[in-house]
Each structure stands twice: as structure tokens, then as C-alpha cells.
Ligand binder design. Structure first.
Ligand code: ATP
Ligand code: MG
Length: 726
């Protein structure tokens, strides 16, 4: 039988893995060494050579995107559709099982999945029913507790260790929450896995059926499995059989969500007779990129250790860009992408990878400005995030009391004891009177139609919004936004969320201040359609936010730049990669630097980032950044320093201390961009003007120009300003 189509373009150890005799096998190898390729070929091998039925194969990948890609590759190789083959994520597969065995699993046929926001909302309801104060028992922390228990295969009754009062309370919440889920036929993400596990554990007939069926189990990214996923695989396979796992201990980045790198080490104990194969040749990246990644990860202790090499040649050095500011960083990235596309590069082969979703905002802006289509994976776009929508709801009410959707949103967040029944009353009254909820509330209060406690709560809400308006009326927009974030109680509410998301949300709230400050700095009242003599920045900003949250992303399938977090990028590859915000405090994140194991997880994330690149990589950091609502000086991430200098090239000379004094026009820069002081120029938007000063060099050259028609001097980046010299 000719098997060259499966094996030809594989190296020796890859071939050994693909053709290994049936039995437990572990491929332990670094990034870009062909683990995913080997796993895909192994499926083809099983089907074509071992005559395995597609029905007998179960393959698990980390994202739905990866699953779809793997399926299409195998189908293309075998030139046939393989409907019976199960490929999916752990959650997807568990869901499929539960849909088929809903009765045995004790679920209603039409059970629904709760996403994490729905879950938190349900936890809140449970807290209210238990008469627990949300301040003391933050819903996100309770949800985190519930999820952790489920990941560790613990039902409320199983929690026995160190029963501190807090743990006991969380256990009570978990039990009540679970009851509520059962009653309403709801299943959260953790429950999908736990139910599927229990389905097999408690129903030997079902388990036997699947054991007989799934003769071949293959799992990608095994280093990020958690306890329940690991036990689930053990249960299904019975600790033996053809279990093929691939992974890289240096890419374990979900420790914070319960993944256990030791699972990959433990595998050989739990699956006797495991064969281990190591792959050492990297096929993805150039020599410089690979060496940079190797040097960086060498700073972690306790690795399984491996040495990756490539015969791809050194390629370009790792480019390091020290931006003046976060805005400069985003502009630089957009500019380089434009150059790349102009010289034949594909946008979909380009990725901007950041540590946290809050960073995406400026890149969205810069790409929009440069008319470069982009797509954000995972995470909502900035103005669609819940905490931002919450704040905007208050701001909208401040601007217009009759905005009913904003009323509905703000009245509940933070919770203030105005229940569904009261709201129904308001809605009904608004309907009858044909007025807004705000007016209905005022009328009902005036007419004494609300009972004591309810009346008090509604009155306090109305007063709050009035106060927010009056006390901030004369403040500049960023202060107004800040005032609303603080005095609405939103900031405190999110600060008290001890789970991960709370911190992220506070970061996003701070970013909203930055966004509003930049909005004013960079908008012309005439262009945004407001009166320049008495600009109403609040309304202009709200309109901007509404427009921005519209359909601005590229459509599916369009050739567009990819934006995502480092976590999301695992397993993917791109020709051109920008790793942005490599600054101490941001990456590694300030909360991770104190603890060695957390710092090491951040370093693994940096390793994942670098190893996504095929040809060219930029490590970017800003010397100054608006962060947490303040301008702060930033120093480059230690991860930048851990890349040996010999492998890097500075795009501009590294951080010289910058003076805060007014720009000095040096003779060397006076001719920058062909401009000189006192020169007359014309700008498309601002009209005619006179150059006052010039600073910076080359691409960074900025000119201060007095435009009488546009109200005075403005700083413009010469490369973008499209100035006509007169
Ligand atoms: P990661 O750890 O990032 O998930 P990986 O080990 O799964 O990486 P793959 O994505 O399978 O690596 O492979 C990396 C790249 O190298 C892919 O573009 C793949 O097609 C290519 N590749 C792998 N093996 C070979 C080979 N023997 N010859 C040529 N190219 C190869
Ligand atoms: Mg892979």
C-alpha cells in the first residue's frame, strides 16, 4: 500500500509517531515542531492503514477553530467526508454526549447552556434568595468557587476539607445555585464536563458503549488539560488502549484556570507502556525567532527541557520598537502592516497579540484610521463589553433621562433593591401614559403609588442620576466619565469582584477614561458635529461610542489582520507577528511578578507569543502609557531583556530619557519631511497654517502648526498629516 501521501513530508521522529503500534503514546515537543501535524496524520494513518472506522476515532483540540481545521485537513487527505469522526473541544464533545444521553444524565431534553455572564447573573439571584450581601460575597468570586469545584470533580456534598466559614458559605451558595440550575434546566461550562464525566461513571452501560466505540483517542495541547479533563480521558480509555497525546510543557498557560502541567508528566504512570517521542526540529520559525524563544524560556526552572533547532536560516533579527507612547505604538504597528501589505504581504498572515483584551482598543482605532480590515478573536470589542455598556448607560441617562434601555440597564447595576415587580409596574405605567420609564417613575413617586421600601429605592436611583448630572456638568469629559464611574457605584462593584474578570473590568473602566481623554484631544468639534463655541463633548462622545460599536470589523473570510490575546493564539501561526505592550506591570502582569510560579506562567505565555511567528516579529513597548487613568512612565518588560541582544535590532534607538520641556527645534530636524519652521502648509481638514516647530526624526517627525481657521496650533505627525507645502 502506498502511504507516501501520509509520510513523505515528515521527518524520522514524526514518522515514528504517526506509524507507532497502537497503545498509549506521548509526543513531547516544543512549539512549531509539528505536533498538530503529526496528530492529524496519525488520524489519516489509522483510517487508511489500520482500517479504523471514522466512527472509532475521537480527537480533542483546544478551540473550535482548530477542530474545524483538523477535520478539513483529514478529509482533504482522505478525499472523503468523515461525518462519524468526532473532533471537537472537551466542552463541545461533552455537550454532544449530554444531548444524546440527556435522560441518563438527568437533564431535561431542551437543557440550555449558561455562558459565564449568565452564570454570574444567576449567582446574583441565588445570593439574593439566600439573603447574602453581594458586597461580602461577590458573585464572581462565588462563581469562581463553583467552577473550580466542578473542575476538581466536586459536588457540594464532596467539599469537606478545611471548612472555613467562608468555604462553608460558598458551599451553600454552590448548592443553592446548583438547585436553581437543575430546576431551570441550565448547564454551565464546568457542568458540561462534570455531567459528562458522571454520565460515564454512573452508567456502566453507557461507558461500555463509548469504550467499545472510541478505540482511538487523540488529544492536542495536552499540557493544558485540567483535573476533570484528565480523569475523563482515563475513564473513557480505562487507562489503556490507543491514546495519543501531544503537548509542550513550555506552553502550559492556563494554570490560573486549573490546567495542570503535571498531567503530561503523569500520563506515563497512569497509562502503563507509554511510548514517548520527542520532536526537536522546528519548521515554523526562522533561526533568530526560535533562538529568541529558546533563550527566553531557559529562564524558567523545572522544565522537562528540550532543544529546538531549525534549518530555516537566521532570517531577520527580532525587531524591538520602543514607542514614545501607547498611541505611537499602535500607529507604528498599523504603519508597518500597511508597508507589509503594500509589498505583497497578506493581512490574514499578520497578528497583533496582547496580554489583555483592554489593549485591543488602540489597535482597533489605528487600524480603522489606516483603513486596514481586522478581526478580533475572543473577547468583545471595547464598547460592547458589559462594564463599558454599564457606564455608558449612566452617561446616556445623564444626557437624556428618557433613554429607556439605559434606564433598564442602570437601574439594576449595581443592584439596588429594585426588583422585577417594581420594574413591571414602571413599564406598565409608562405604556399606559405613553411616557418614558423615567417619567413613569417620577409620576408614580409623586402620586404615592409605590410602597415605602420600593419608593425609597426608586427615589434614590432618580436622585443619583440627577446628582451625577449636576455635580459633573461643568467638568471636562474625562472627569465627568470618571465621576460617573465612581459615584454610580460601578467601580466599587467591579473592584469587589475578586475573580479575574473583576480586575479586567476595572482596567477597562480606566481605559474608558483614557479613551474619552483621547477623544477630545484628537477630535475637531466641527467634524464630530457639535458647536465649537460651546462643545457638548458628552453627546459627541456617546455618539462616537454608539457608532464604534456598530459592525466595523471585517466580515468572516475577508483578508484581515488578526487581533487576539496571547492565550487565544496558542497553536496558531502567522508570518508577521506584533507582540505589543511588553512592559513591566503590563506583561508580566503586575499581579504575577511576586510569585515565581505565576511569573513562569507569564514567561510561557511570552514563549507562546514569540513562537507564533514564521518570518518576522516585533516586540513593542511604550515608554509612556496612559494606564489606570494616568500617564505613567513604563519600563520595558524583563522578557524583552531576556532575548539576547545579538538576536535583536532596535527599530529606533532605545529609550533615551525624554525631557518634559517644550520641543527644541534642532538644526538636524528642521528639514524633516521637507518642512521647516515658518513654512506655510495646507491641511485637508484644518486649512492653511504655519509651521511653528518640528521634533523627532524620520517616521516620528511631528510638527506643531498654527491653523488660524481651526482654532490655533496643533501637533501633527508629518507622515500622516498629508500636508501640502505652499
Ligand atoms: P504548537 O506547539 O505551536 O502547537 P506544533 O508543534 O503543533 O506547534 P505544527 O503547527 O504542527 O506545530 O507545525 C508547525 C509548522 O511546521 C506548520 O506550518 C507545519 O505544517 C510545519 N511542519 C511540521 N512538520 C513539518 C515537516 N516535517 N516538514 C515541513 N513542514 C512541517
Ligand atoms: Mg499545535
Amino acid at each position: 500500500m502506498d502511504v507516501s501521501w501520509i509520510l513523505d513530508d515528515l521527518n524520522e521522529p514524526q514518522r515514528a509517531a504517526v506509524t507507532a503500534p497502537l497503545g498509549p503514546l506521548r509526543v513531547l515537543a516544543g512549539a512549531g515542531s509539528g505536533k498538530t501535524r503529526v496528530l492529524t496524520r496519525r488520524i489519516a494513518w489509522l483510517l487508511a492503514v489500520n482500517n479504523a472506522s471514522p466512527w472509532s476515532v475521537l480527537a480533542v483540540t483546544f478551540t473550535n477553530k482548530a477542530a474545524a481545521e483538523m477535520r478539513s485537513r483529514v478529509e482533504a487527505m482522505l478525499e472523503q467526508p468523515l461525518g462519524g469522526l468526532w473532533i471537537g473541544t472537551f466542552h463541545g464533545i461533552a455537550h454532544r454526549l449530554l444531548r444524546q444521553h440527556w435522560q441518563e444524565a438527568g437533564l431535561p431534553r431542551a437543557f440550555q447552556i449558561l455562558d459565564s455572564d449568565d452564570q454570574t447573573r444567576l449567582v446574583k439571584r441565588v445570593l439574593r434568595a439566600l439573603n447574602l450581601d453581594e458586597k461580602k460575597w461577590p458573585p464572581l468570586a462565588a462563581a469562581g468557587f463553583i467552577n473550580r469545584c466542578k473542575d476538581e470533580i466536586q459536588r457540594p456534598a464532596d467539599i469537606v476539607d478545611d471548612r472555613t466559614p467562608a468555604r462553608r458559605q460558598h458551599q451553600r451558595i454552590y448548592a443553592a445555585y446548583q438547585q436553581e440550575c437543575e430546576r431551570s434546566g441550565l448547564v454551565d461550562f464546568g457542568e458540561l464536563l462534570l455531567r459528562a464525566y458522571e454520565l460515564w461513571r454512573d452508567h456502566p452501560d453507557v461507558l461500555t458503549h463509548y469504550r467499545e466505540r472510541f478505540q482511538h483517542i487523540l488529544i492536542d495541547e495536552f499540557q493544558d488539560t485540567n483535573t476533570i479533563q484528565y480523569q475523563w480521558v482515563r475513564l473513557l480509555s480505562g487507562g489503556q488502549g490507543d491514546v495519543f497525546i501531544v503537548g509542550d510543557d513550555d506552553q502550559c498557560v492556563y494554570g490560573w484556570r486549573g490546567s495542570k502541567v503535571e498531567n503530561i508528566q503523569k500520563f506515563s504512570d497512569d497509562f502503563p507502556g507509554t511510548q514517548t517521542i520527542r520532536l526537536e526540529q522546528n519548521y515554523r520559525s526562522t533561526g533568530a525567532i526560535l533562538e529568541a524563544a529558546n533563550a527566553l524560556i531557559a529562564n524558567n526552572a523545572g522544565r522537562l527541557g528540550k532543544h529546538l533547532w531549525t534549518d530555516a536560516g537566521d532570517g531577520d533579527p527580532v525587531q524591538i520598537y520602543a514607542a514614545f507612547s501607547e498611541i505611537d505604538e499602535a500607529r507604528f504597528v498599523a504603519e508597518r502592516i500597511r508597508q507589509w501589505v503594500d509589498t505583497g504581504g497578506q493581512r490574514c498572515e499578520t497578528a497583533i497579540l496582547y496580554r489583555s483584551n483592554a489593549q485591543s482598543r488602540l489597535f482597533e482605532e489605528a487600524l480603522l484610521g489606516a483603513a486596514i480590515p481586522y478581526r478580533i478573536y475572543g473577547g468583545l470589542r471595547f464598547f460592547e463589553r458589559a462594564e463599558i455598556k454599564d457606564t455608558l448607560a449612566y452617561l446616556r441617562l445623564v444626557a437624556n433621562r428618557d433613554d429607556d434601555p439605559s434606564f433598564e440597564r442602570a437601574v439594576h447595576t449595581p443592584p439596588r433593591g429594585i426588583g422585577e415587580r417594581t420594574l413591571d409596574l414602571l413599564r406598565e405605567s409608562a405604556r399606559i401614559e405613553s411616557c418614558s420609564l423615567w417619567q413613569a417613575a417620577s409620576r408614580l413617586l409623586g402620586g404615592g403609588a409605590l410602597s415605602g421600601r420600593t419608593a425609597h429605592a426608586v427615589r434614590r436611583f432618580l436622585e443619583l442620576v440627577e446628582r451625577l448630572d449636576h455635580s459633573s456638568q461643568h467638568q471636562p469629559l474625562p472627569e465627568r466619565v470618571s465621576h460617573v464611574i465612581v459615584h454610580s457605584g460601578l467601580r466599587a462593584m467591579y473592584e469587589e469582584d475578586k475573580a479575574d474578570k473583576g480586575e479586567m473590568r476595572v482596567e477597562n473602566l480606566d481605559e474608558l477614561l483614557n479613551v474619552s481623554a483621547r477623544f477630545i484631544a484628537h477630535s475637531d468639534p466641527v467634524i464630530v458635529g457639535i458647536d465649537p463655541t460651546e462643545p457638548d463633548w458628552l453627546n459627541a462622545f456617546l455618539a462616537h461610542a454608539a457608532l464604534e460599536s456598530g459592525e466595523r470589523q471585517a466580515g468572516v473570510g475577508e483578508d484581515c489582520v488578526q487581533l487576539m490575546t496571547l492565550h487565544m493564539a496558542k497553536g496558531l501561526e502567522f508570518s508577521l507577528v506584533f507582540l505589543v505592550g511588553w512592559e513591566e506591570g503590563l506583561f508580566p502582569h503586575s499581579r504575577s511578578v511576586a510569585q515565581e510560579h505565576q511569573l513562569e506562567e507569564e514567561r510561557r505565555l511570552a514563549y507562546v507569543g514569540i513562537t507564533r511567528a514564521r518570518q518576522r516579529i516585533y516586540l513593542c513597548h511604550a515608554e509612556q502609557r496612559r494606564w489606570y487613568g494616568k500617564e505613567t512612565r513604563q519600563s520595558p518588560s524583563r522578557f524583552v531583556r531576556e532575548v539576547p541582544e545579538a538576536l535583536t535590532q532596535d527599530v529606533r534607538s532605545r529609550a533615551k530619557p525624554r525631557l518634559k520641556t517644550p520641543p527644541v527645534v534642532s538644526p538636524a530636524t528642521t528639514t524633516a519631511g521637507g518642512l521647516h519652521p515658518r513654512q506655510r502648509v495646507r491641511h485637508a481638514k484644518f486649512g492653511e497654517g504655519v509651521v511653528l516647530a518640528i521634533e523627532g526624526e524620520g517616521y516620528h517627525t511631528r510638527a506643531q502648526i498654527h491653523f488660524p481657521a481651526a482654532g490655533g496650533p496643533k501637533w501633527l505627525v508629518v507622515a500622516y498629516a498629508k500636508l501640502d507645502r505652499l
